[in-house]
Write a protein that binds this ligand. Sequence first.
Ligand SMILES: [Mn+2]
Length: 321
Amino acid sequence: MRKKTRDVLSGVKTLFGMPTCSNLDELSADIAFLGLPFDYGSRRWCRGGTRWGPAAVRQAQSEYSYTDDGQAEAACGWFNVDTGVEELKGVTMADCGDVNILPTENEGNFERVAKTVRQILARGSLPVVIGGDHTIPFLVVKAFERYEPLDIVYLDAHLDFEDETEEGVKVFNASAFRRCSELPFVHNITLIGFRAPLPPSSRKAYDAALKYGEKIITANKFRQMGVSKVVESIPEAKNIYVSLDVDALDPSVAPGTTFQEPGGLSFLEVQQTLVGIAKRGRVVGFDVACFCPAYDCSNMTSRTIAALILHFMGAVFPSKS
Ligand SMILES: [Mn+2]
């Protein structure tokens, strides 16, 4: 069943040294970590390489280790010096490895992603998915029909609400939330951190997002409002899926991304926003996209992602005594 690992000298490198799960029929964990090394959704002028994201996040240095004796079935937790709360204590997690992404076999890839996510949801686990380019929220969210009504909150420098490429391709890294908006079980969509200049050809996408009713909080507006007001403005929801594009963070904080956009959010702004989202409804899924280790610096970005996962999941899952 679940294999206990401690990644000090040997064994499979897993996120925070959590146990592995290679058979999803036997998955028994509150949180299921899944790598999605898919970067075939990027247009030709986008930098590639996000497929290396999951492996790099697993390698990320962190003060936190799942278990302090290498034996425990559940997380030993960590003490949050700001809140005085022991986070994630007794919460169970499993690293389920990566979805097998095959070259130029997109239909099969999409099916494998949906099947894997459905299996994780059927086992009652919350999937934390690491991409991959920003096509992945659509591939993952497609499998969330059981969570109707599902709201989406995404943090991103970009709109990602295009309809299609000039060549007519519908599923790519800038269309994910347009495709999500067409799913019958998806309701409110909120974008936080948007700031990239919009080319004239993208005005239609912007208008379509507003027409859909997407709530957009730009990075500038974020600064004016402050974190609490930003969080309050996210619609309360029954179920929330969260997607974090690494470029929502300022490139000085998270340089390891394919499309660095100046003027982004700070670590604390993103951390507090994620923690706040957990109070707006039941968080049922989370992905981190567009992390590209080749452009990282001193592993800053991988470490930042690991820390954000820790803080966010700590807010979603109260410790069990
Ligand atoms: Mn982006």
